[in-house]
Design a protein around this ligand. Sequence first.
Ligand code: FAD
Length: 501
Amino acid sequence: MSESAIQRVVIVGGGTAGWMTAATLSKLFPRGLELILIESDEIGTVGVGEATIPQIRLFNATLGLDENDFIRKTQGSFKLGIEFVDWTRLGHRYMHAFGPVGGRDLGLVQFYQYWLKLKQQGKAGELGDYTFNTVASRLNRFMRPINKPNSPLSQIYYAFHFDASLYARYLRGLSEARGVQRLEGKITDTVLRPDDGFIQSVRLNDGREVTGDLFIDCSGFRGLLIEQALKTGYDDWSDWLPCNRALAVPCSSVSPFTPYTRSTARTAGWQWRIPLQHRIGNGYVYCSDYISDDEATATLLANLDGKALAEPRPLRFVTGMRKRFWNKNCVAIGLSSGFLEPLESTSIHFIQSSIAKLVAFFPTRAFSEVDIAEYNRQVQFEFERARDFILLHYKANERDDSPFWIRCREHGVPDTLAHKIDLFKSHGRIFRDQEELFTEVSWIQVLLGQNVIPKGWHPMVDLLDQRELEQFVGGIQGVMQRAAEVMPDHAAFIQQHCRAP
Ligand code: FAD
């Protein structure tokens, strides 16, 4: 090992971020790197964060996880997408499903462009009727994709719901087995090097002092190292995304066992519903300018499918991102790096993505400024574009029943989002910019779901005559429905593959 190599990494925090980081680094650096994770039982973890997006399967593959074992140990379930209820207007619902929309594209023109023309002629159903994961979700079906060319069954994209505390425990087991040293205790002090302000060590309340070369701040909202010690600063996005509080409560399970997350718009925010094997996770994300905590609690408790299993737990947050995610020898991962409300289940993905970037930019003790700047640029880009996507759900609403929704519709949006909406309104065009997290199929489902309807369609659609167009689009709907009907029920799939023997 060269002289300047990083020898000891100190991870501060044992929530989802801390243990995901520890599990990955211990897998990818099986020797030569000492890994220490410090967590405080007294402080605990945020305890929410239970819905994911399909990219997490890459993370699991990197760790070499057995997926059934992972589902079993985290009381998890499968997720085909997110259903949005009452977002566009009361009584309306649509789905942002994972995976492709429609069957196949024709040449360079995507399926939904053909659908747009037929829809505007009043001859097509909802976009969800042609989106395989949506069709399967409506039937509460799930299975893993199979190798059957030209069948929708080969194109099932999925993610997971899981119990956050069981997930951290699961990853802790893997990490400790690979040599990660866990220290329990509360950090009371961060010692900076006098010459350059880099972090030298952290001190625990029992007097222990832990030195390191690289510090990963996974301490949650408080940003113990990145903010409290290094004063990095925070960009506050509350003006765009004004929700600032949440209440979380589990309730008992009910049938059917849905393979998707549900988000229902409420008077001053929205309510999540995440089905797990042993309970349903629920929460109300809201803006305290428009509703009191008591009213929000009453709304949440009045809208549970099962019996509440605990008192609602309050959480407060400020939407935004750290001005730098990597500052000196400290990298902030997880809630310490910034926060976007969980509408599109992005936070755990950001943890995964930050870890992947940290590995790509893994430093030496020289800490290259140019590498750090590029890391920060990439994470910032990802945060900002995901913010735009989340903001779209709020901006494009037609609700007149509450001041909150009117404010969201009338408020300005970043130029990057305004441009995307304008482009789409023109001829339904949408392009993924660089490494944006959400692809075209995500954007079109939410744009169309929120009733942003383009004035026209791609001119190449008119190359098909009317009869061909109707056959092409109509045929796909039947194929989707028939394929979904052969899939097993979600509950039966879990029972067969992911229950303890
Ligand atoms: P935490 O869980 O807060 O962990 C912080 C750790 O730092 C703890 O171990 C704590 O003990 C330790 N610590 C802090 N201070 C000290 C100290 N002084 N000394 C020692 N240890 C210390 N994400 C999703 O992807 N999907 C979702 O559905 C989702 N839903 C969410 C809903 C809400 C309401 C909120 C607020 C967040 C949600 N998230 C979601 C985000 C998700 O919860 C987090 O990204 C994830 O849990 C990671 O948290 P963390 O590990 O950064 O912080």
